[in-house]
Write a protein that binds this ligand. Structure first.
Ligand code: SF4
Length: 259
């Protein structure tokens, strides 16, 4: 029987999938099921991922039985919400992720969504038949940049793997919201390089959207906060007919713009 290690919740947090509007779909509410471990160590982790033990567990995470998770899934679907697996990262819990995806599909004929850091092609390939859309992190244009932002030791092939994940999803018709956190010292050249990679996929497969998210200061992280006016201007300048670009400051719709 699977044990589900997740961030504590009384009921799942609900967020909107605004990027769907770029594809002519209505924005949807997503019920966020956040797993309690991640293989990356971003010092700015939005879900307090910086508080991690040696085994990559997020320290606040708790364990839940399948019956509890299932009850939340049932309520989310009944409320018209899309089930989204997030984190931490679902790649740390492939068996549990598949169990949820199979249940929601088998019980309700509904596909789910994932938010994933782009590190696991295996996860995406396994979940592919059950995915409607996905948010995939593109943390840098180079392996060096990605490793710095994700708090990882230097390594090769991570950017290429992220691109493979995005190509695999879009080739199967799964819409992708590629997300890049923009800091005060993120260069225009790096954004241009990321755009070139995403545009290549967009022109081949379609189905790619790019969100620039402003990095807002987090205590204990020394990354430089982004400038909202500048990032919004980047989003406008970098958008093309094939690759629409969004700007997000906070999670609310009022600060989500599509160009
Ligand atoms: S990839 Fe996401 S969940 Fe994982 S440490 Fe980075 S910000 Fe946190």
């Amino acid at each position: 029987m699977s044990i589900f290690t997740m961030l504590p919740f009384v009921k799942p947090e609900v967020r909107k999938a605004y990027f769907l509007k770029a594809f002519g779909r209505a924005e949807e509410s997503m019920a966020i099921f956040s797993f309690g471990a991640c293989n990356y160590n971003c010092p700015y982790c939005k879900r307090d991922g910086q508080f991690k033990g040696d085994d990559n567990q997020i320290l606040r995470a708790q364990t839940y039985a399948w019956s509890e998770i299932k009850a939340h899934l049932d309520r989310a679907v009944a409320a018209g919400q899309r089930v989204r697996l997030s984190g931490g990262d679902p790649c740390m819990f492939p068996k549990q992720s598949l169990q949820i995806a199979e249940y929601v599909w088998g019980e309700y004929g509904q596909k789910i969504s994932i938010a994933h850091n782009g590190s696991s092609l295996a996860l995406v390939e396994e979940l592919l038949p059950y995915l409607d859309y996905a948010a995939i992190d593109v943390k840098g244009a180079t392996d060096e940049s990605l490793a710095r932002r994700a708090g990882l030791k230097p390594g090769r092939g991570r950017v290429e793997r992220t691109l493979s994940v995005i190509k695999t999803l879009t080739a199967a018709g799964v819409l992708v919201d590629a997300r890049t956190c923009v800091f005060g010292d993120t260069s225009r050249e790096e954004l241009l390089a990321i755009r070139a990679m995403l545009l290549d996929v967009a022109c081949s497969n379609g189905g790619v959207f790019w969100t620039l998210r402003k990095y807002n200061e987090i205590a204990s992280c020394d990354f430089v906060p982004g400038d909202a006016t500048l990032i919004k201007a980047y989003a406008e300048q970098l958008a093309t007919p094939e690759l629409k670009v969004g700007f997000r400051d906070k999670w609310t719709g009022a600060t989500f713009s599509i160009f």
